[in-house]
Design a binder for this molecule. Structure first.
Ligand code: GH3
Ligand code: MG
Ligand code: MG
Ligand code: MG
Length: 314
């Protein structure tokens, strides 16, 4: 007896391995008024395959976090204009940076001072002079764990796509960027057709498999730069940056047809499923906010359903 190959599962597994192979280098933000030392850390981290930036003006930390999106901050405690612990406290006032690992580097030996600094927003304390290997390991292990945590927080476990709140954040951010730069982008809402029937006929577990296969096919057919989210139970949102409605339509129509061609099997019954798509475009100069774009995509989806399903409407 040979177990049949579970292709969707295999594809997901391969994707997981590939993601790990291509895991981006750890990005470190170094905050130290000692320029020479900062550059020494930078070289050390580079040697260990990590990328880093040095923050020269501590008062610009929030702005720089927004630009660089570091995985971790190495923070000197003693600086002329602001202490590292006060800077950490500032960072922690932003919800977005609440989980960002901050590791203090300091010659401070007084345990009470160290504890006080940790209370103000740091996660760990390395005493200068820091052992090279110790620093590298401390940074790497913290980044691994914080990325795992971030993934848990932002990704849906069934599909690996972004969760509702995260895809909404992405759309808001993309809208702001496009508005500033004068870019065009698209938002699409997708909803599986007659999905209740799939659940009723084949059970919830099979329904889940269908949902997961939407995600797998989306990842295969859309561009690597497109942002994919599971918006609700069997609803998906896609954000296509630098893309007009015409180009988005080509890609999504191709996806829709390939999805319709997929054959699912349950209890020896073969079946196929279709999906409806609503598309909304943002062009520079348009007086619509991100929320309205989503409403427009939703309206187009409703029209696609009304017109008979298994189609895309703009
Ligand atoms: P329509 O073509 O109008 O979209 O019909 P529909 O049956 O798909 O209607 P609707 O979109 O309202 O159906 C949503 C159904 O999806 C209801 C719910 O039971 C099912 N569903 C939602 N989330 C999940 C999930 O995570 N797993 C499974 N198996 N089913 C889910
Ligand atoms: Mg200093
Ligand atoms: Mg629905
Ligand atoms: Mg549906």
């Amino acid at each position: 007896f040979i177990k049949p190959l579970d292709v969707p599962k295999l594809v997901t597994r391969v994707e997981q391995v590939l993601t790990r192979l291509h895991a981006p280098a750890e990005r470190v933000l170094i905050v130290d008024d000692d320029e020479l030392l900062a550059r020494y850390y930078q070289e050390l981290l580079r040697g260990a395959g990590m990328e880093s930036d040095i923050l020269h003006e501590p008062e610009r930390i929030i702005e720089v976090l927004e630009q660089k999106y570091p995985d971790i901050v190495l923070m000197d405690l003693q600086m002329p204009d602001i202490s590292g612990q006060n800077l950490a406290a500032v960072v922690r006032q932003y919800e977005q940076w609440m989980g960002l690992p901050i590791v203090y580097l300091s010659a401070e030996n007084d345990p009470r001072q160290q504890l006080k600094a940790l209370n103000q927003g740091g996660d760990d304390f390395l005493t200068k002079p820091v052992d090279d290997a110790h620093l590298i390991t401390a940074v790497k292990s913290r980044v691994v764990r914080s990325r795992q945590l971030l993934e848990l927080m932002t990704k849906d476990s069934l599909t690996g796509l972004l969760k509702h709140a995260t895809i909404k954040d992405s759309i808001n951010r993309e809208w702001a960027v496009a508005k500033r730069k004068g870019d065009t982008f698209c938002v699409a809402m997708l909803d599986i057709d007659h999905f209740k029937e799939v659940n009723d006929r084949f059970g919830h577990a099979t329904g889940d498999e269908v949902i997961a296969s939407v995600a797998t096919l989306l990842r295969q057919r859309l561009r690597a730069t497109d942002i994919l989210g599971r918006y609700g139970g069997e609803e998906f949102a896609v954000l296509m940056a630098n893309c007009d409605a015409m180009a988005a339509k080509v890609v999504l129509e191709d996806f829709r047809q390939r999805f319709q061609d997929l054959q699912f099997t349950s209890e020896d019954t073969s079946f196929s499923v279709t999906i409806s798509i609503g598309l909304a475009e943002y062009r520079p100069g348009m007086d619509v906010d991100a929320e309205t774009l989503l409403v427009n995509a939703d309206k187009a989806l409703y029209e696609a359903k009304k017109a008979g399903r298994n189609r895309l409407m703009v």
